[in-house]
Design a protein around this ligand. Structure first.
Ligand code: DGJ
Length: 727
């Protein structure tokens, strides 16, 4: 799949469907040539002509037409005449930021080597992928940049990351480091981003790439609900089903920066990596630093095509472990029903009723540990509150299992309240500068995970509870962002390393815990989808998508999240009405249709339901279990975007193509257009499909071309779920 063409001086990564190509210009610089649909040979038919342009410096004095400022570059530096956004900034021992990295050599490795200490897409066998490592060397310090590129046989994705090795005799200081940089050829693109806020995560914004730069970033200590480390570029006419689309996503959960820069001569530079605002790293001579990984996907089957590659790749080669290929349990979570006032008796009565309704897992959320009466205290002290749980958690978990459901539990391990034994014992374990009062958020502070003793404490305190309870599930929460970036553990000259060291510490904790408890299902959470990113999925195969459980809001949030992540990764719960976040009252059936489109759970006091509601929920869960394989492991097609109108729709197709589930939503009632038809996707046009309910039979071609009509009720916030079987 990877070859070097001597005559063209070019590397090709090619799996027969996509081609990624870059060359070596003048024997030194790496020149981006192509990333897109498979092309046999990149002869340069569209290569821009180079002119002697004003203000363009000429690293080859003999060739005034050649300037790095106009060359499409693969991994551009600074101070050499490319004044666009640099991929790295390195300060050498003399305090200067001038380097000259030049191409040296390359290696091709079978498979895909892991990234030590960092989450990454993996290959299961050496035959699945090939990796190219291109070595650049600085002519003065002999520092090296190793550019890694992996291509997969089965997935239309390229994984890139970078390693920096300081020269044998000279330390260096990393100030900026991108995991990837790529110059797209001259063309007009649309840029799609997934930004938002707490309660409104991953909203799709689409705009043309015009002049100047767009910067997406987080300096919050988490990928954040405000941004997603992801850039989607499309041709202007690309839609869900047709047209070219490129997606770049960072496999990282901390601070990041993504740059989309349209340059004056027409090309577009895209970069993703660390946020220089909170990044810095000292490298002693000969020491190595590894960047996070960026995943680059190309599709010419529109945004659905792009998402399908992300979904398949992430579900099969980013998520790991016992749960990767297994369907996930239907759960009941205690939070919205009880918040902090949870106790043994409530847990047991809830668990019994949950089992009776067909649920499979009871999750004890926040409020279970000593003195946790509200959000002012106790974070950090991970032992059960004897007043709420007089017989201990081990006993509770056993009784819950006896009631017929598995037991799961919530933690927020990265945090501490001042009013806690942990803080009283280790006030120096929080992230802060000793000269200022640290800024609280939700009354809590962030533990300094750059300190190995803190990481050990977290592993041991979580492990103790998991051992005691035999828990089958953990919800891992993180409810504030990081301010006061300062560590009592790190020396002054390493303080800028804190935000990345925090992530390395967290990843280490998660690696140790998931290895020790391989059967436990971990669900990530950060006040909802505040850290719903590819980095976390490596450790936890599902994430709580949003604290906003309103069915109408969820349509947009889940639609946006599905750009990158498959529905099986999205925690989605049916909650009580009026909804806690919006006050909206939506029908139970609509709440279910939204939640079954993700990884289904319930989050309400089911003891207060009417008999009719109980029966409805029992039927919902039975239906979900029947369709679970299709919903969790099938292919998901977005059909209608709730961000652009009054409707939303999507359909799932099972892996064997036999079952199709279509969910169509109408937000506000429409007196004129009572019926809506949506054109399904992913069906066999030659086959016929039988609709469950009335047994009507329609051709796949008709369902995809003419569509499937749903008759919404005459009311607001309706949903129609249609199940079709191939005949
Ligand atoms: C934020 C989470 O998103 C909620 O689901 C809940 O777990 C609370 N934290 C508990 O404090």
């Amino acid at each position: 799949m990877i070859r070097f063409e001597e005559q063209e001086n070019a590397f090709y990564l090619d799996n027969g469907r996509i081609t990624y190509c870059f060359g070596i210009a003048k024997g030194r610089w790496l020149e981006s040539r192509w990333f897109g649909r498979h092309i046999r040979r990149i002869g340069g038919s569209a290569r821009p002509r180079y002119f002697d342009r004003g203000f363009c410096s000429n690293p080859d004095p003999e060739d005034k037409k050649f300037s790095l400022d106009t060359l499409p570059q693969e991994y551009p530096g600074m101070n050499e005449g490319d004044f666009r956004s640099p991929a790295y900034g390195i300060q050498t021992a003399d305090g200067r930021r001038v380097t000259r990295f030049v191409y040296r050599d390359y290696r091709i490795l079978p498979g895909k080597p892991p990234l030590t200490g960092l989450p990454a897409v993996y290959a299961e066998g050496e035959e699945e992928a090939e990796t190219l490592v291109v070595r650049l060397e600085d002519t003065a310090t002999r520092a090296q940049l190793l550019l890694y590129y992996t291509i997969f046989r089965e997935y239309d994705a390229i994984c890139r990351h970078v390693e920096v090795v300081a020269g044998p005799e000279e330390p260096l200081q990393l100030e900026t480091l991108m995991a990837m940089s790529l110059d797209f050829p001259r063309a007009d693109y649309d840029l799609l981003t997934l930004s938002g806020a707490h309660l409104q995560e991953k909203t799709i914004t689409r705009r043309p790439v015009t002049a100047d730069s767009v910067t997406l970033e987080s300096s919050r200590g988490a990928s954040s609900p405000q941004q997603t480390p992801c850039v989607l570029l499309t041709d202007p006419n690309t839609d869900e089903d047709r047209g070219r689309a490129w997606g770049i996503n960072l496999v990282y959960s901390g601070d990041f920066r993504a740059v989309v820069q349209k340059e004056p001569f027409g090309g577009v530079r895209v970069q993703m990596g660390f946020n220089p605002q909170t990044f810095g790293w000292q490298l002693a001579p000969a020491r190595r630093f590894v960047s996070p990984e960026a995943v680059l996907v190309y599709s010419d089957a529109g945004l659905n095509g792009l998402s399908h590659t992300f979904h398949r790749l992430y579900a099969r080669r980013l998520c790991r472990g016992y749960w990767r290929d297994r369907t996930r349990p239907v759960l009941l979570n205690s939070w919205e029903a009880f918040t902090f006032s949870i106790d043994e008796e409530k847990c047991l009565s809830l668990a019994r009723q949950a089992a009776d309704l067909g649920m499979e897992l009871f999750v004890l959320d926040d409020g279970w540990f000593r003195n946790r009466t509200d959000d002012h205290r106790a974070l950090g002290d991970w032992t059960a509150d004897p007043r709420k749980f007089p017989h201990g958690l081990g006993n509770l978990a056993r009784k819950i299992r006896e009631a017929g459901v598995a037991f799961g539990i919530w933690f927020e391990p990265e945090m501490v309240n001042r009013d806690s034994d942990l803080y009283r014992a280790h006030p120096d374990w929080i992230i802060r500068s000793p000269r200022y009062e640290p800024v609280p958020s939700r009354n809590q502070f962030v533990l300094d995970l750059s300190n190995p003793a803190v990481c050990d404490y977290l592993v041991e305190s979580v492990a103790r509870v998991l051992q005691e309870t035999g828990a089958a599930y953990v919800k891992w929460d993180m409810n504030r962002h990081i301010t006061d970036l300062g560590s009592a553990w790190l020396p002054p000259e390493r303080q800028r390393e804190l935000s990345h060291r925090y992530m390395l510490g967290l990843y280490d904790v998660l690696e140790r815990l998931t290895a020790r408890f391989p059967r436990v299902l971990f669900e990530g959470c950060s006040s909802g989808g505040g850290r719903f990113d590819a980095g976390m999925l490596y450790y936890m195969p599902q994430t709580w998508t949003s604290d906003n459980t309103d069915a109408v809001c969820r349509l947009q949030i889940q639609y946006g999240t599905s750009m990158l992540f498959p529905p099986v990764t999205m925690g989605a719960h049916v909650s009580a009405v009026p909804n806690h976040q919006t006050g909206r009252i939506t029908p139970l059936a609509t709440r279910f249709a939204a939640a079954m489109s993700g990884n289904l759970g319930y989050e309400m006091d089911i003891r207060t339901l009417s008999e009719a509601e109980r029966e409805e929920i029992r039927a919902q869960i039975a239906l979900y279990k029947e369709l679970r394989e299709t919903l969790q492991q099938g292919t998901f097609y977005r059909l209608r975007d709730p961000g652009t109108g009054n409707e939303a729709a999507w359909n799932f197709v099972s892996a064997d193509g036999q079952t199709v589930v279509c969910c169509a939503f109408r937000i506000l009632a429409d007196p004129l257009r009572r019926t809506t038809a949506v054109r399904l996707r992913g069906l066999d046009p030659e086959a016929d499909y039988r609709r469950e309910g009335d047994n009507a039979v329609f051709g796949g071609d008709e369902l995809m071309e003419s569509g499937l009509a749903a008759d919404p009720l005459r009311q607001d916030f309706t949903a129609a779920v249609t199940v079709l079987h191939k005949v």
